[in-house]
Structure formats: structure tokens, C-alpha cells
Design a protein around this ligand. Structure first.
Ligand code: 13P
Ligand code: SF4
Length: 303
């Protein structure tokens, strides 16, 4: 089926089903185009609390759909692809968190939203890549157990020397695979380009960068900055919005691995099917619903 026809059908279905589509910047550009709200994880969490429609179709990975459900228990949240899951979300265990809690009295478990609802349910506060610094700075606790991403944790820790951080060894395979060597080579080819980097990248890559921020922050920075060339160290999905907002600027990747296979599972066809059937729905056990919503709400309060 032609994309145009598919898009028309999706728009008709949205009205018929009283549905709204939320999409992350890493999904395919064609999917971003039909979404009502496109953004980074923080923007999407906030947007999810202000929706009028009864049904939310989530074009992203599972933890994002779960966050939307936790913040909107009365709404139906449907994943465009139920198998789109972020591996990092599973890189810490409830047992590990309990172990660290037992070692420190004055401890906050800070949970990057890229985590399962079960992990959120045993955490004190959630953060995203755009608000982690702001949120952790406001916490009264001295000791911070940052889960699951080590790179984001270390990035925040360097900015907040007054806190004592305990790290977990989770990582994003997409960002971790971007190497300092990749960046150095790209800078040799484009010496006048600014390097814009997501904080899930390694410290070596961060050290070579001109700006560090979430996907939305990278897009805003490139749009506002008076420079024409940028080397982008994050998943390639952001190139769509970067180019839409800045048709005359040039954006370069650093290698062929800037590709999140899970985000790319979401397609227009699957989005249409999810709208038609309003399935697969995000469901969580009652206890998890109750407990995991708290750190997310705390994040919204503090950021
Ligand atoms: P953002 O906080 O920029 O949305 O990042 C989400 C993500 O999955 C990064 O890999
Ligand atoms: Fe997870 Fe990395 Fe994909 Fe983001 S880019 S969803 S952190 S695997």
C-alpha cells in the first residue's frame, strides 16, 4: 500500500478510535510524520499527562509505553510494536537495588526512565536524559544509586561532586558502540562541524563533544546555533527532525552503528494495525501500577 493511502487511513482511524499517537525521535521519519506528539522521553512523559483522547498509541519502546500507562492509569495505552523493547531497561535487578539499599542509610535510588516498571517500583525517583542533573541536584540524599545506565550516571556525577554516586553497569548498545576514534575521524573530515552528543555515550566521546544533551536538546541546539555543520552522536532517527527544522544545515553520523533495532521495529503498517485493534495493550500488575507511578510523578514535580 502507498504511504499516502496508509497515512490517510491512520488519520481516519485516529478520529474513529478517539486515539492519539505519541512517537519518539528514534522511530522512522515516516512514523514521526503521522504522530501527534514527537519528542524525547521527558517531553513524551509530560505530554502523556495532558491528553484528551481515550486511547494512546505509542510508537517507541516498551518502557515509554509503560510510563504513559503509569501516568494515565485510566487510559488505554497500545504499543505499535509490542516487541520493541530497550535492552538497557533490563540491566539492573530488584535484588541488586535491595543490596545497595542495605549498605547505605542516606540513599536515593535514581532510576533512568529507560527501565522496566518493576525497577521503577523499587526506585525513589525517575529521571530522563534531559532532567537528570536538575532532579538529582534537588534530592536531599547524599548517596545516589544511579540505575540502569552507567554512562548517564557518570555524566551526572561529574557535574555534582557534592554527591556520592554508586553506579550500575547498564549501557545502551547503540551509544556505547560510538567510539572516540569514530568521532576523531569524523572531525578530520568535517573540521568546522560541532559535535553534539547524547549522555548515554562513553566519557571518551563526551570529552570530544561541543554539546551534550537529550535528543530534543540536540535538535534545539542545532536549530538555534549559528553553525552549518554538525556531527551527531546519537541514534540516527534524530536526523529526520534535524533536517526538517534545518533544511540548509548539514548533519553527519560517525558510523554505521547509530541504529536502534528496537525503535526501528515500529512501522506505519503496525501503527495502523494497533489503531484498528487497539492491541497490544500495555497492562501492569496493580501493585506495580501503584508503586512505579510514584517515582515518575516525583520526577515531574522536581523537573
Ligand atoms: P531521550 O531522553 O533523549 O529521549 O533518550 C532516550 C533514549 O532511549 C536514548 O537512547
Ligand atoms: Fe534503548 Fe539505546 Fe534504543 Fe534508546 S537507543 S531505546 S537506550 S537501546
Amino acid at each position: 500500500m502507498e504511504n499516502k493511502e496508509l497515512k490517510e487511513q491512520i488519520n481516519t482511524l485516529k478520529k474513529e478510535k478517539d486515539a492519539v499517537i505519541l512517537a519518539h525521535y528514534y522511530v522512522d521519519g515516516e512514523v514521526q510524520k503521522i504522530a501527534d506528539y514527537v519528542g524525547d522521553s521527558f517531553y513524551l512523559s509530560k505530554a502523556a499527562t495532558k491528553l484528551e483522547q481515550k486511547n494512546i498509541i505509542f510508537c517507541g519502546v516498551k518502557f515509554m509505553g509503560e510510563s504513559a500507562k503509569l501516568l494515565n492509569p485510566a487510559k488505554t495505552v497500545v504499543m505499535a510494536d509490542d516487541f520493541a523493547d530497550c535492552p538497557m531497561a533490563h540491566m539492573v535487578t530488584v535484588e541488586k537495588i535491595a543490596e545497595v539499599r542495605a549498605q547505605y542509610e542516606d540513599l536515593a535510588v535514581v532510576c533512568y526512565v529507560n527501565s522496566t516498571a518493576e525497577i521503577k517500583s523499587v526506585s525513589d525517583v525517575c529521571v530522563t536524559s534531559s532532567n537528570a542533573l536538575r532532579v538529582v541536584e534537588k534530592l536531599p540524599q547524599k548517596n545516589i544509586f544511579f540505575v540502569p545506565d552507567e554512562n548517564l550516571g557518570r555524566y551526572v556525577a561529574e557535574k555534582l561532586p557534592q554527591k556520592h554516586f554508586i553506579f550500575n553497569d547498564g549501557f545502551c548498545h547503540v551509544h556505547k558502540s560510538i567510539t572516540a576514534e569514530n568521532v576523531i575521524k569524523a572531525k578530520e573530515v568535517y573540521p568546522d562541524a560541532l559535535v553534539l552528543t547524547h549522555p548515554e555515550c562513553t566519557r571518551e566521546v563526551i570529552a570530544l563533544s561541543d554539546f551534550i544533551g537529550s535528543t530534543s536538546e540536540i535538535i534545539d541546539y542545532a536549530t538555534k546555533t549559528d553553525c552549518e555543520r554538525f556531527i551527531i552522536c546519537t541514534e540516527m532517527g534524530v536526523f529526520f527532525e534535524l533536517q526538517e527544522k534545518n533544511p540548509n544545515k548539514h548533519f553527519y553520523s560517525v558510523g554505521h552503528r547509530q541504529f536502534c533495532p528496537n525503535m526501528k521495529k515500529v512501522t506505519l503498517e503496525k501503527t495502523k494495525a494497533a489503531l484498528e485493534s487497539l492491541a497490544p495493550e500495555v497492562t501492569l500488575p496493580d501493585e506495580i501500577m501503584e508503586k512505579a507511578a510514584l517515582p515518575l510523578q516525583k520526577m515531574l514535580e522536581l523537573s
